[in-house]
Design a protein around this ligand. Structure first.
Ligand code: MN
Length: 263
């Protein structure tokens, strides 16, 4: 009997095709699937869900099945699906990002946006991020260990897909205890994210996101989970509608409607 065809996994990230987290994920994924990498040719962290619409995109196959694109993670997924793969992949894996993508930060994350783009194309997708030990002399990330667990999650999702429009955001802790926790998004304070300094000529410049974020201590969140050494798995969906507020807005919408539109 012929072996079942191997699934096709698209791998991408926002750190660039050369990033160690992506390499580790690819090495683990190749044991289970045909892997094609389409990733930015340079770091695109915090690019969010942006698409390049004002510049040409160039793609270079830097190794067999490894495409470096002069664009964002979202560009990578679009290019892969429409130009490079020849068919829809069975799964999109984004990461493993160097640095966590927790709570509110998922909206800035290029890693998470690539998974979003897959979801919009009705392809199951997972974003993976590794929290970094930023203490002086801190331990370097074990991407191989994270990738092993990432593939367990990926294969599970392949067998039992999430409902359409949903995807997973996974964060690996600095000191794993072996626990895996289902967690909601946490939230953090934003009041001190812009730093003002002076250049050597005395002119001011600004740096966004330099200081370590301050998270709210809330139980059940992804932040709390990785703080205690658990891998945090968060199901996300792209429908941002706040359904409870819909009926409340109806009278306002009606009041604002032009007279001729009234029945
Ligand atoms: Mn990144």
């Amino acid at each position: 009997m012929a072996a079942p065809p191997r699934p096709l996994f698209l791998l991408t990230n926002d750190d660039g095709y050369f990033a160690p987290g992506l390499q580790a994920l690819a090495a683990a994924a190749r044991r289970h699937a045909k892997v094609v990498i389409v990733a930015p040719d340079r770091e695109q962290s915090a690019s969010g869900h942006s698409l390049t619409m004002n510049a040409p995109l160039r793609v270079n196959e830097v190794a067999p099945g490894v495409h470096a694109l002069s664009g964002t993670p979202t560009d990578c997924v679009a290019m892969a699906i429409q130009q490079l793969l020849g068919r829809k992949p069975d799964l999109i894996l984004s990461g493993i990002n160097a640095g966590s993508n927790l709570g509110n930060d998922v909206t800035y994350s290029g890693t998470v946006a690539a998974a979003m783009e897959g979801t919009l194309n009705r392809i199951p997708a997972i974003a993976f991020s590794q929290r970094l030990d930023r203490r002086p002399g801190g331990k370097s990330p074990d991407y191989a260990a994270a990738a092993k667990l990432a593939l367990q999650i990926a294969l599970k999702l392949l067998k039992e897909p999430l409902p359409s429009g949903t995807f997973l955001n996974v964060n690996f802790p600095v000191e794993p205890t072996g626990e895996v926790a289902a967690a909601r998004l946490g939230s953090r304070h934003y009041d001190e994210s812009v730093t003002r300094r002076h250049d050597p000529l005395g002119k001011p410049y600004f740096w966004i996101g330099g200081a370590a974020p301050v998270w709210r201590e809330e139980s059940g969140t992804d932040y709390e989970a990785i703080r205690r050494g658990a891998v945090a798995i968060t199901p996300l969906h792209l429908d941002l509608t706040h359904y409870e507020q819909l009926p409340r807005l109806a009278p306002l919408a009606k009041a604002l409607s032009a007279k001729k539109a009234r029945r």
